[in-house]
Design a protein around this ligand. Structure first.
Ligand code: C2O
Ligand code: CU
Length: 470
């Protein structure tokens, strides 16, 4: 009897302790959670130790007038979000160099909302992460975002408040930044992929979208994956090229004939196509299709090719503009999974470097550092990893160096068992989320932050606005 009680206690006591220590306070500063990781670089000033620049002061030039002005009003009805009455919301367009000013209006969302400019490396206070870079915009409130659209490419916007719900239910839209000189292609088309409760859609439509294109026309097709999983696409009737990935041009992209392409959750790809006599067709995971001219498959659903385009070897090398041989910081982002408690709830959760949220690293950098991350996924599932505020270049996968075009990413599919090395220059001070864009995984603890020395927090997760970025 005593032994049984003793044995039960021996199990329950540590469980109780684990439960207790997993409880999150009503409000907290992300900069003070977990532990500080200096990545082998010099230890500078971390929040709490000094008088840093508050996140809220990291803004675009307040005296510069806007070139593009938009108002986006978010409304929710029966669990479906619209932006200015539609979902996907209106496509924002700017020319590189424009100062973009967007006024977000919360019409009736009681949880509050924000807008994050996915892939646009905006100043920190404009990044739209509730509890990190701003407070959630509550029912009836407005919030103004201002930033310079500094790199041409394909991007998107979405809520970063209760994002696992609000994004799935439609609070999103595309964002296209055009180069100063017109694109060489005849046509510029968009394919925003989103799966609503009713099924998969392409620009909000189910099934096949037909674009009335002439033979000989060249097309830039901008694909945006707003879902939680990889979007697989394949092209029938003509070869294609990968012109750009995550808003960065590929250097000398070659023709692709018999390979499919995978767009990570949150990621974008610009495809280049030339419409042949018989038409060309792009299939997105077999549920939505875009046809240019005639449908070359004439009724038969084309089957996907067996292999994926591998960006590790695609295109031709070019200078990346910095030296990665001796980085100033080197970090591990090792993803695992184990049972435990998250804020008092038992479950199977993701771990970062062996620890459960919030006992995770705060990756510390200083402005100007060359930073290398090693992302190692031993978790049993794939993770589309997204770092805010920066574009990183892929150095290697599973120890094999990249030999193609510089492969710049903001959203990287890290399959189970894979190990990637990526590098970037720390050139955008702030506190930046670095998380899995399967937004359900983010709620299950797959979230960390990159923080600059000399910066301090301005906002708290939780608290009165109910900030819940995931
Ligand atoms: Cu597209 Cu942290 O998000
Ligand atoms: Cu994940």
């Amino acid at each position: 009897m005593l032994i049984a009680v003793g044995a039960t206690l021996a199990i329950l006591a540590p469980l109780g302790w684990m439960w207790q220590s997993s409880l999150l306070p009503d409000s907290y500063d992300v900069a003070e959670m977990g532990y500080v990781d200096w990545g082998g670089g010099p230890e500078g000033e971390h929040h709490g130790t000094g008088h840093g620049t508050p996140v809220k002061e990291l803004v675009a030039d307040p005296n510069r007038p806007a070139d593009v002005r938009e108002a986006l009003t978010v409304h929710v009805e029966k669990g479906r979000y619209t932006v200015n009455g539609t979902s996907p919301g209106p496509t924002l367009e700017a020319t590189v160099g424009d100062l973009v000013e967007v006024t977000l209006v919360n019409d009736n969302v009681t949880d509050g909302i924000t807008l994050h400019w996915h892939g646009v490396d905006v100043p920190n206070a404009e990044d739209g992460v509730a509890g990190v870079t701003q407070d959630a915009v509550l029912d009836g409130e407005t919030h103004v975002y201002r930033f310079v659209a500094d790199q041409p490419g394909t991007y998107w916007y979405h809520s970063h408040q209760v994002s696992h719900e609000q994004v799935r239910r439609g609070l999103l839209g595309a964002f296209v930044i055009r180069p100063e000189a017109a694109q060489p292609e005849d046509r510029d088309e968009l394919a925003v992929l989103h799966r609503y409760a009713e099924g998969a859609t392409l620009n909000g439509e189910e099934g096949t979208t037909t674009v009335d294109a002439e033979a000989g026309e060249s097309v830039r097709l901008r694909v945006v994956n707003t879902d939680n999983g990889l979007a697989t696409l394949w092209v029938t009737g003509a070869p294609y090229r990968v012109l750009a990935v995550d808003g960065r041009d590929v250097n000398q992209p070659g023709e692709i004939d018999d390979e499919k392409y995978g767009v990570p959750a949150g990621g974008r790809v610009d495809l280049g196509l030339v419409v042949p006599e018989g038409g060309v067709r792009v299939d997105f995971g077999g549920s939505t299709t875009m046809v240019f001219g005639d449908d070359p498959s004439a009724g038969d659903d084309p089957r996907p090719p067996k292999t994926f385009v591998d960006l590790l070897t695609y295109g031709e090398p070019a200078d990346i503009g910095f030296d990665t041989d001796e980085p100033d910081r080197r970090f591990d982002y090792r993803i695992g999974r184990r049972p435990g408690f998250l804020d008092g709830h038992p479950g199977l959760f993701w771990t970062i470097n062996g620890h459960l949220f919030p006992d995770i690293p705060m990756y510390m950098v200083s402005e100007g550092d060359v930073v290398v991350f090693e992302i190692d996924n031993g978790s049993g599932e794939n993770h589309p990893m997204h770092l805010h505020g920066h574009h990183a270049v892929v150095l290697s996968r599973d120890g094999v160096a990249a030999t193609g075009s510089p492969w710049w990413i903001d959203s990287l599919e890290v399959r189970d068992g894979e190990r990637y090395e990526i590098a970037f220059v720390a050139d955008n001070p702030g506190i930046w989320m670095d998380h899995c864009h399967n937004l359900v995984h983010a709620t299950e603890g797959l979230v960390a932050h990159l923080m600059y020395t000399g910066v301090e927090s301005s906002y708290l997760v939780g608290g009165k606005p109910g900030n819940r970025p995931e």
